[in-house]
Design a binder for this molecule. Structure first.
Ligand code: ATP
Length: 364
């Protein structure tokens, strides 16, 4: 079972004309793949998912599920299971009745309903909750019951829209694992919508990064992290996010580039893609993980004032204030750094990214 979306466009009528929520989205999801759709608020994630589910009619484009063109087929005929942020368990029904409800609608026998609800509850490790009502459950238990309800539907694919956003941090990690476990077990394609890049990075085989109704980049978590195509993806993927500094190209060869940043020249090996020549204005990007901070102004390549030192586990996140903006570094907690002191920093050249300042596309 595969899902393929071609040239999907969805407009909504608004008082000022039309709002283009998604434009020219192309996706193909393979058998058993777990993919995430990530992007900032309003970029079109939910609209994309609702079009796939059949809850919105595309303005144009085609949606094919399991070889069948379902673009004009209503939601209830699509054999998909959806799970939303606000899980609507029916409060007057027991957990078992909630789980088996999709089967009841399909006219499945009571005995079979009971059997399947029990099995799904066992997969979700909540068999002891079957007689309870949703009001008696914790947030995490409700989410497990909702997952059990999607499992009994035996769908061709799972569609999930921010299913974890109402849960606290610890429960999020727990239910995230459950979703992955269920996915491995049933091996159906899953499309998971989230604004949380970390969630997408930990769960997905592949990620589609959306911005302003369009796909900026698609790829495995590793590809997006190490080879972002543009400034948007570079800044969106990774936490804490990538640092950016403005620079100017001084010299460029096939496999190396020299760039000045605030008067300091950096010469480093690079794989150059696209047109770039001396004098071009660029943005250099480097992740906090590859920055070294020194408690003096001499050792590093660039200087600044250490404005904040925050401990995260066995590392510290150091924020360095500079006239052109902040630079952040995750460094060893043993590093003797004091807030308010002048520092210098350098970064590992092998992890440096270069973007064209005008187009914001990656050039090295
Ligand atoms: P969020 O993360 O905040 O849920 P999203 O990425 O899921 O956002 P969508 O809900 O798909 O984004 O919305 C995409 C764009 O379409 C937004 O600009 C939104 O205002 C607009 N939009 C969505 N639904 C409608 C609607 N029914 N009528 C008018 N505009 C809409």
């Amino acid at each position: 079972m595969t899902i393929s979306i071609t040239s999907l466009r969805k407009e909504f009528p608004v008082s000022s004309g039309v709002e283009v929520a998604v434009d020219d989205i192309n996706m193909s999801i393979e058998e058993g793949e777990f993919i995430s759709v990530v992007g900032p608020s309003g970029c079109g994630k939910t609209t994309t998912l609702r079009c796939i589910a059949g809850l919105e009619t595309p303005t144009s484009g085609e949606i094919v599920i399991g070889g069948e063109d379902v673009t004009d087929i209503p939601a209830n005929k699509r054999k998909l299971a959806m799970m939303f942020q606000n899980i609507a368990l029916y409060p007057h029904m027991t957990v078992e009745e909630n789980i088996s409800y999709p089967l009841k609608i399909r006219g499945v026998s009571r005995k079979e309903q009971h059997q399947q609800a029990k099995e799904a509850a066992e997969i979700m490790q909540i068999p002891e909750l079957l007689e309870k009502h949703p009001g008696e459950l914790s947030g995490g238990q409700r989410q497990r019951a909702a997952l059990a309800r999607t499992i009994v539907q035996d769908p061709e694919a799972f569609l999930m829209d921010e299913p974890l956003s109402d849960l606290d941090a610890k429960l999020k990690v727990e239910i995230r694992k459950e979703i992955q476990r269920v996915h491995k077990r049933v091996e159906r394609p899953t499309i998971y919508v989230t604004h949380d890049q970390e969630e997408a990075m930990t769960m997905s085989d592949r990620i589609f990064v959306l911005n302003d109704g369009q796909i900026e980049q698609r790829g495995t978590p590793d590809e997006l992290y190490s080879e972002p195509k543009n400034v948007f993806v570079a800044g969106f993927i990774g936490n804490p996010s990538m640092n950016f500094l403005d620079g100017k190209v001084v010299d460029v060869n096939r496999d190396s580039i020299s760039i000045t940043v605030e008067g300091t020249q950096f010469d480093f090996p690079a794989h150059i893609v696209g047109d770039v020549s001396a004098g071009d204005e660029v943005v250099i990007g480097f992740r906090p993980e590859i920055v070294n901070v020194y408690p003096d102004t001499e050792q590093g390549d660039l200087t600044g004032d250490l404005s904040l030192v925050e401990r995260i586990g066995d590392r510290v996140l150091a924020t360095i204030d500079r006239p052109s903006g902040e630079v952040r570094a995750t460094v060893s907690a043993d590093n003797p750094l004091d807030e308010g002191e002048p520092v210098s920093f350098s970064f590992d050249y092998s992890g440096l990214h270069v973007f064209d300042r005008r187009t914001e596309e990656s050039i090295a």
